[in-house]
Design a binder for this molecule. Structure first.
Ligand code: ADE
Length: 228
């Protein structure tokens, strides 16, 4: 799976990209991530990439020409043009079914917005998929792009050591419920003990207990997940 991240703030990415699962997946050749500075496609001595909105209003708008040129040049870097995705609060809300849909893509070009957003013609010309990571406003699309990358690389076969673990996660294909509680040593801490059943060695009973706990916490916190 290859990602090309188009941003005005490329320095936000190295720290995130060097973290363990992602870094290992990159080293093992399972995932490729290329970060491009959109400003490099802006013309003139000052590499101007934004301008004031027609009609007035606050903030600055990312200009259509450098952004469209940047996307087209980056698409042409490989034979597979990839799916263009814009991270924006106006987009389709990201959830695990959407992550699973997107995970079929071999290549994704992630466009990170800043300021008041893109000139609408960027959207009209490139027809990207617009994705929001939730109903709140971030300072830009970079963190949202990291969320997308983070959720998608987990779907690449071989990225997680134990294939079963992404399957068991809350919201994954095998499970649309919240995850059951987990424990590790010590058996007791400040009067709080590990449930006896988990020490029983009876795997059938443990599985049933976990299913019941998943259902209980999902009913309590996210009954909407049980609607279908
Ligand atoms: N950019 C700013 N806010 C965002 C959000 N909630 N989701 C995706 N991109 C964004």
């Amino acid at each position: 799976m290859r990602f090309d991240i188009l941003t005005l703030f490329p320095d936000m990415f190295p720290g995130y990209l060097s973290q363990s699962i992602l870094n290992k997946s990159i080293e093992r050749g399972l995932v490729e991530i290329h970060v491009h500075n959109m400003r490099d496609w802006a013309e003139g001595r000052h590499h101007k990439i934004d301008d004031t909105p027609y009609g007035g209003g606050p903030g600055m708008i990312l200009m259509v020409e450098p952004v469209v040129n940047c996307v087209r040049d980056v698409q042409a870097m490989t034979s597979e043009p990839g799916t263009v995705i814009v991270t924006t609060p106006r987009g389709q809300r990201l959830d695990q079914p959407l992550v699973e849909e997107l995970a079929v893509n071999k290549r994704m070009i992630l466009l990170c917005g800043r300021y008041e957003g893109f000139d609408q013609r960027v959207i009209d010309i490139l027809k990207p998929l617009e994705v929001s990571i939730g109903d709140y406003i971030l300072n830009g699309g970079e963190v949202a792009s990291m969320v997308l990358v983070d959720s998608l690389v987990r779907m690449v076969p071989g990225v997680l050591g134990d294939e079963q673990s992404s399957w068991d996660d809350s919201f994954s294909r095998g499970n649309r419920m919240l995850e059951y509680p987990q424990y590790t040593r010590p058996r007791e801490f400040e009067g709080e003990s590990v449930p006896e059943i988990l020490l029983s060695g009876n795997h059938g009973k443990i599985e049933l207990w976990r299913q019941a706990k998943s259902l209980e916490i999902t009913k309590k916190r996210r009954s909407d997940l049980l609607e279908d």
